[in-house]
Ligand binder design. Structure first.
Ligand SMILES: Cc1cc2nc3c(=O)[nH]c(=O)nc-3n(C[C@H](O)[C@H](O)[C@H](O)COP(=O)(O)OP(=O)(O)OC[C@H]3O[C@@H](n4cnc5c(N)ncnc54)[C@H](O)[C@@H]3O)c2cc1C
Ligand code: FES
Length: 283
């Protein structure tokens, strides 16, 4: 059944916010779940996080950053267009409970993945501080939405908003300078950011840092092996055993190596796509 794009708005350069009709996803999604979409008959299947649900509209929200062929194609779609397949909700939901004081760390489009987790942790009665990081001011998305859950600390690489630096600088500031203590943390963003947030979390004595891994996924059901990761010395499949794992246990370097294995093919597909569609600077 095709899935209609009910609303779409641009959040930042190459970052778009969609509300998509999908009754089963709207009914069953929990924080931490994701979907796999295929835009059309010849499309590739890509995983995307369920950023929120709107049961009254039988719809869900996804926030997409255009990085290659399929995400560009998706971001070029308009309100009223239809997505061929939406499979999900997939994955294990986040472990939401009343922990006490929770630190949330989001980088780039990872802030969208963090949103339903923040909402659920807030509803469960946790005290939340969120660190939102981006390359520059424009990429620090969803600030107003996160303010509803507690204090936000912003970092930008170029200093155009908040602290100049990266999210681990804000972690140091909160724990070492302000003396904040946290019972648990979530870090979601680019793999390199999650790796260093986990290392910093350990150094600062935070008992656990959950991370949401984004390895290459194909079927999303544990059958193809594409999303294999090593966690605590054991082989796991991020699509069925995750995507959230204990960041202190993840073998980060192996994950980063595996994520670049199709780089050349992806670049070639993207180049062919750009030749076909022309100027995409407006996106
Ligand atoms: C559980 C999960 C949730 C995600 N949630 C979001 C989200 O909410 N918003 C968002 O913008 N992105 C999200 N991603 C990343 C998104 O799936 C990739 O950006 C997308 O697949 C890239 O496809 P492409 O054809 O546009 O780019 P390509 O040129 O094919 O690839 C660009 C890069 O994206 C990654 N990638 C490519 N294909 C896949 C694939 N099938 N599975 C996973 N990663 C891939 C690779 O690292 C690759 O180097 C998520 C990934 C995972 C695993
Ligand atoms: S995506 Fe195929 S096993 Fe996870």
């Amino acid at each position: 059944m095709p899935h209609k794009i009910l609303r779409k708005r641009k959040l930042a350069h190459l970052v778009h916010d969609f509300v998509v009709e999908a009754p089963l996803v709207a009914e069953h999604a929990k924080p931490g779940h994701f979907i796999v979409v295929r835009l059309h008959e010849h499309g590739e299947r890509i995983p995307l996080t369920i950023a929120d649900v709107y049961p009254e509209e039988k719809a869900f929200r996804m926030i997409v950053r255009a990085v290659g062929k399929t995400t560009y194609e998706l971001c070029m779609m308009k309100e009223g267009d239809e997505i061929l397949d939406v499979v999900g909700p997939l994955g294990k939901p986040s472990e939401i409970e009343k922990y006490g004081r929770v630190l949330l760390i989001g980088g780039g489009v990872g802030i969208a993945t963090l949103h339903p987790i923040a909402k659920a942790l807030h509803e469960a009665g946790n005290e939340i501080i969120s660190i939102l990081g981006g390359r520059s001011a424009e990429y620090v998305i969803m600030q107003e939405e996160f303010k509803k859950f507690g204090e936000i600390v912003i970092t930008t690489d170029d200093g155009t908003l908040g602290m100049k630096g990266v999210v681990t600088d804000a972690m140091e500031y909160l724990v070492k300078e302000r003396g904040e203590k946290f019972d648990v943390a979530w870090a979601v963003g680019p793999t390199i950011m999650m790796k260093f947030a986990a290392l910093k979390g350990k150094e600062l004595g935070i008992p656990k840092v959950w991370v949401s891994l984004n390895p290459i996924m194909v079927d999303g059901t544990g059958m193809c092996g594409a999303c294999r990761v090593t966690v605590g010395g054991e082989i796991k499949f991020a699509c069925v055993d995750g995507p959230e794992f204990d960041g202190y246990q993840v073998e980060w370097d192996e994950l980063m190596r595996r994520m670049t294995q199709y780089k050349k093919k992806e670049e070639e597909a993207f180049k062919r796509f750009l030749e076909k569609v022309g100027d995409v600077s407006w996106l």
